[in-house]
Unconditional design. Structure first.
Length: 318
């Protein structure tokens, strides 16, 4: 099957630079995607966009080039609830990838077990209306209840202005909850203003909530962009991500978001994105927690000497 990319679609950056920042040994890119290839894994009929192809082989090559040891592959909305491309990437990763799927209430227990065996460890609930159609909250609650016994978590994607109306729903979820991209704050507002303070309050009052401090290229208003050798990109995002890392050091994750779906303004150099990390995690201890300890505890607890759990930190010592 052939697909035509959405008009104006920006393809991922080819030949990314080599990061100057040396990642800690065992670092995990905890948020990335695979797209198709469409001829092998067709895009969903209900999709809101048609991307370029971005294969597992290309993702794994980027992983090695940047210096990561592992990936967490998140189901892309262009594939809907058809997780075949995701599962294929996990199966062919030699144990170096885990996944976050999108499922509906019609999924069977056998299918869930099969996905778990392949490496899926969570499901994603998307509340960004321009990307997905509305899914009833009772269906999402049912799904969360079914995946909780597997030790899976729920990833939630929403815009900062929508947190008040989603607060009670998120608070009732029976799993660890991972918020995508710092809750998408408006970084033109004050880092200590009421909107971001609400997100801090949400994390402080709910010890099962984690945050990804990823996607500065989506959040930035004034840049500079991660292009042309810029090693201090997206400075307006730094105070927001840095505050989360320093306030909740044991509940943060970072990822490239490769291949950066739906960016309209520019496509970042992924090597320069890695150089963003020391600006938000300023010490070796914080860097190791962000890039190694936390994602390993969440996605490979058995290798960290832990057992999966949905308590406030994601796992307990055995």
């Amino acid at each position: 099957m052939e697909f035509t990319k959405t008009t104006g679609w920006l393809d991922w950056y080819t030949n990314p630079s080599k990061p100057r920042f040396q990642l800690p040994v065992g670092s995990v890119d905890a948020h990335c995607h695979v797209f198709g290839p469409g001829a092998q894994f067709p895009y969903a009929p209900e999709r809101k966009y048609t991307p370029c192809d971005a294969s597992k082989e290309q993702l794994f090559a980027l992983r090695d080039h940047l210096g990561f040891a592992r990936n967490v592959v998140v189901q892309a909305t262009c594939h809907g609830a058809d997780n075949r491309a995701l599962v294929d990437a996990l199966v062919h990763s030699n144990g170096k990838a885990r996944g976050v799927a999108t499922v509906g209430r019609n999924i069977t227990d056998v299918q869930l077990q099969s996905m778990h065996a392949a490496g899926v460890r969570g499901v994603r609930f998307n509340f960004v209306k321009r990307l997905v159609d509305f899914t009833p909250k009772d269906e999402l609650t049912e799904i969360a209840g079914r995946i909780a016994p597997l030790g899976w978590h729920v990833v939630v994607y929403f815009e900062a202005v929508d947190l008040p109306e989603l607060w009670d729903f998120f608070s009732a979820l029976p799993t660890t909850v991972v918020v995508d991209h710092v809750g998408r704050p408006d970084v033109s507002k004050a880092v200590d203003g009421p909107e971001f303070e609400l997100f801090i309050k949400f994390m402080r009052e709910h010890a099962n909530v984690w945050s990804k401090v990823s996607c500065p290229e989506r959040l930035s208003v004034t840049g500079p962009k991660a292009l042309n050798g810029e090693r201090a990109a997206y400075r307006d995002v730094v105070p927001f991500a840095k505050r989360i890392v320093e306030t909740f050091p044991d509940r943060v994750l970072w990822g490239t978001d490769w291949p950066h779906p739906n960016l309209k303004d520019h496509m970042p150099d992924d090597g320069l994105l890695v150089d963003f990390i020391p600006h938000i995690a300023a010490t070796a201890e914080l860097q190791r927690k962000l890039l190694v300890d936390n994602p390993m505890r969440m996605y490979w607890p058995e290798e960290a000497g832990l057992r999966p759990s949905n308590d406030c930190i994601g796992s307990w010592p055995t």
